[in-house]
Design a binder for this molecule. Structure first.
Ligand SMILES: Nc1ncnc2c1ncn2[C@@H]1O[C@H](COP(=O)(O)OP(=O)(O)OP(=O)(O)O)[C@@H](O)[C@H]1O
Ligand SMILES: [Mg+2]
Length: 252
């Protein structure tokens, strides 16, 4: 049987120098091909959860498995299969790399000073940039791009290596309306064509819901609810109806 794409068993992660764990006792199992939406207020532990999954943070308790591998032992190997788009990425305005170099780094881990990318890798990087409609920015210094453009560079970087798992932390935060639908369309298409397992953290509730088949709600470092898409839509629907009623009462 295929192992779950991601599995966390009783996981707690504490930042260095902190007393309290930022995520507590997390149990979560995500099957291959699922698209999971993680929502919750600021400080809930969403970013900590993603960084614990990809082994950038080491839990103080519990175990994390990705594609059946123990992340504490095989972090590097696991990260090769994960495309990660960090929250609020902003490069130094004087960063010497071109946008395409940053995308290529997703393929190499790090682009060595003396490595010349193969034609194949260059094409993969351009393909990802085309998908996100930023191929015309390929030669520009990344630090001179706008916040939204840099965010799409990071998404292209995560996608170019054709990962098995995509972890997206607020991928729409700097995108205008049109780019937001573009990014969503790309995520949807990749899911369809590669059966790509995807975890999306976002505050864009109603829009992101369309993408997902499961919703995980976090607060104060814990998962306090999980719902299928239908249940979540129902909850959202009743919340919207409720707030509409409150509005109606106010207006009256
Ligand atoms: N580097 C750090 N060192 C110490 N504590 C941290 C660090 N990063 C985050 N925290 C704490 O861990 C908790 C969870 O933070 P996290 O960044 O995971 O929240 P989040 O849900 O991603 O919030 P947001 O919606 O604002 O991005 C918060 O209480 C935060 O203060
Ligand atoms: Mg965060």
């Amino acid at each position: 049987m295929e192992p779950p794409a991601i599995e966390l068993v009783n996981v707690s992660t504490t930042y260095e120098g902190e007393q309290r764990p930022a995520i507590k006792n997390i149990n979560l199992r995500i099957s291959a091909g699922e698209v999971v939406y993680v929502a919750g207020p600021n400080g809930a532990g969403k970013t900590t959860l993603l960084e614990t999954i990809n082994g950038l943070l080491t839990p103080v308790r519990g175990s994390v498995y990705v594609l059946g591998q123990d992340v504490s032992k095989r972090g590097r190997l696991v990260r090769r299969e994960i495309g990660y788009v960090p929250q609020d990425y902003a490069s130094d305005p004087w960063e010497p790399f071109r946008a395409i170099d940053v995308v290529l780094m997703g393929l190499y881990g790090k682009l060595g000073l003396f490595t010349k990318p193969s034609k194949e890798d260059y094409e993969k990087a351009l393909w990802a940039m085309e998908l996100l409609e930023i191929d015309h920015l390929a030669e520009k210094p990344v630090g001179k791009l706008s916040g939204g453009q840099q965010q799409r560079v990071m998404i292209a970087r995560a996608i170019a290596k054709k990962p098995k798992i995509l972890l997206l932390d607020e991928p729409f935060s700097s995108q205008d309306l049109a780019s937001r639908s573009k990014v969503m369309e790309v995520i949807e298409n990749l899911h369809k064509s590669w059966r790509l397992t995807t975890v999306v953290v976002s505050h864009n509730l109603s829009e992101t819901l369309k993408l997902c088949n499961r919703v995980v709600l976090m607060a104060e470092g814990r998962i306090f609810a999980e719902a299928s898409l239908d249940e979540a839509l129902e909850l959202l629907g009743s919340a919207l109806v409720k707030s509409a009623r409150v509005e109606a009462v106010r207006v009256a």
